[in-house]
Design a protein around this ligand. Structure first.
Ligand SMILES: [Mg+2]
Ligand SMILES: [Zn+2]
Length: 182
């Protein structure tokens, strides 16, 4: 799912080709179970501004999300679509957008894309042959978010461990490189 928009390359001056973001617990407040109603989609403080900073830096922003509820029936496809349009609206209100969405709608053990498997990342990279994994980064709130990204050679930031929130994670990603040599 998604990917078509990635035919548009990152800007040449962008510090990253693609920054991958988890959704629940990274951009929006995690709920018990699945976010099934647009009313339950609440952005975490500073998250939209952080996404807007990534957008302005010229990289592409790709959402990578497991939504097993679509397989179990706890989340319908129309609920998923409504929740995602709410996310788009809330981000747009702060000048932010997601370029592409990579979704795993599958049950555990039935696919090669459910994180921590690498399928969602590989799908995005296939759609973006201009992107190089070592110029890609991932921010997520679970070990299963960072494991596949690191396995593919990407930089990965685990919220709660490497940075307190998406805001600080993006500060780190966009910080100018430290001068080398002393
Ligand atoms: Mg999460
Ligand atoms: Zn899957």
């Amino acid at each position: 799912m998604g990917g078509a928009e990635l035919t548009s390359q990152a800007q040449p001056e962008a510090p990253w080709d693609i920054v991958f973001l988890d959704r629940d617990g990274t951009i929006n407040v995690r709920v018990d179970g699945y976010v099934t109603s647009p009313l339950d989609l609440n952005l975490l403080p500073g998250a939209a501004k952080a996404v807007a900073r990534l957008n302005r830096s010229g990289c592409r922003v790709v959402l990578v999300t497991n939504q097993r509820g679509l397989a179990t029936g706890s989340l319908s496809w129309s609920q998923w679509a409504r929740v995602m349009s709410r996310l788009d609206e809330l981000l747009a209100a702060e000048g932010a957008h997601i370029d592409s969405v990579e979704l795993c709608p599958h049950q555990r053990g039935e696919c090669t894309c459910r994180k921590p498997q690498p399928g969602l990342f590989m799908g995005a990279l296939e759609a973006a042959p201009w992107a190089r994994p070592h110029r890609c980064a991932m921010v997520g709130d679970m070990t299963s978010d960072v494991v596949p990204a690191r396995a593919l050679g990407m930089r990965a930031i685990l919220l709660g461990e490497d940075a307190p929130s998406l805001h600080e994670a993006v500060e780190d990603l966009l910080a100018p490189p430290a001068p080398s040599g002393e």
